[in-house]
Design a protein around this ligand. Structure first.
Ligand code: 1GP
Length: 235
């Protein structure tokens, strides 16, 4: 099971790395080149999803990725149209930082009939958006405000509530292409407070930032835009 592997990695302090593929930004034909680069990178997981993608060539993208790499593929959906039975699992997200009922529970309810027709491993994940210096797509699409980075205690409290509700992972998100990544102090505060694996992503553009996220307590770092803009990023 994918979640058990993530938990074991956490126990062994083995850090994980996911490359995020936004299906809106890639063509099926480009996957073989991307997959080659992913194979040469330190990535341990592939995430697939985007804020506003309508799901149109999702199956094809995932089938192509699966035929070209051995990494587990986890859906990172912005809405229920982004569910594909071809993936291995799904981050079943709950936008804990926002107060929009659609992203707290409505999308999840609508996803059930689709999920029941798949064998996807479903991993309940609390998703926390942190302010990052400008409006991000997640903010725009979810119509929610991020949490202030000035109040690390409140962010940690939110993450802990997610854990107590039953989230099996927490995701600290600055937003794709964010000006500023999630600050180290926030990552530290949250990781000290929760026992479940911590994912950190958004605006991470350098090896140094990846290492800083790990040393602050991230168990899994997500890289999307940096790899999208430069497929040689991990060289
Ligand atoms: C976005 O956390 C991911 O949801 C990755 O962000 O595209 O900025 O790497 P970037």
């Amino acid at each position: 099971m994918l979640y058990d592997q993530i938990l074991s990695a956490k126990k062994e302090s083995k850090k994980l790395l996911a490359i995020l593929i936004d299906p809106d930004k890639v063509a099926v034909e480009s996957i073989s080149v991307l997959a080659k680069k992913i194979k040469q990178s330190p990535a341990t997981h592939i995430f697939v999803g985007g804020s506003s993608f309508d799901g149109h060539h999702l199956d094809e993208i995932i089938i192509e990725l699966k035929s070209k790499t051995d990494l587990p593929i986890l859906l990172f959906p912005g809405n229920p149209s982004q569910i594909s039975a071809a993936a291995d699992g799904i981050l079943f997200l709950m936008l804990l930082s926002g107060r929009n009922p659609d992203y707290l529970v409505e999308h999840q309810i609508n996803a059930v009939p689709i999920l029941e027709k798949t064998n996807l491993e479903i991993i309940s994940t609390g998703y926390i958006l942190i302010e990052s210096g400008g409006e991000t797509a997640v903010e725009r699409v979810s119509k929610t405000k991020p949490l202030s980075k000035a109040n690390a205690e409140y962010v940690a409290q939110t993450a802990k509530a997610g854990e107590l509700i039953g989230n099996k992972m927490l995701y600290l998100e600055a937003g794709s292409g964010a000006q500023n990544a999630v600050p180290m102090e926030i990552i530290k505060e949250v990781s000290n407070r929760i026992a479940v694996p911590l994912i950190v992503g958004g605006g991470i553009r350098s090896k140094k930032q990846i290492d800083e996220a790990y040393t602050s307590g991230a168990d899994l770092v997500v890289i999307g835009t940096a790899f999208e803009n430069d497929i040689n990023f991990f060289d």
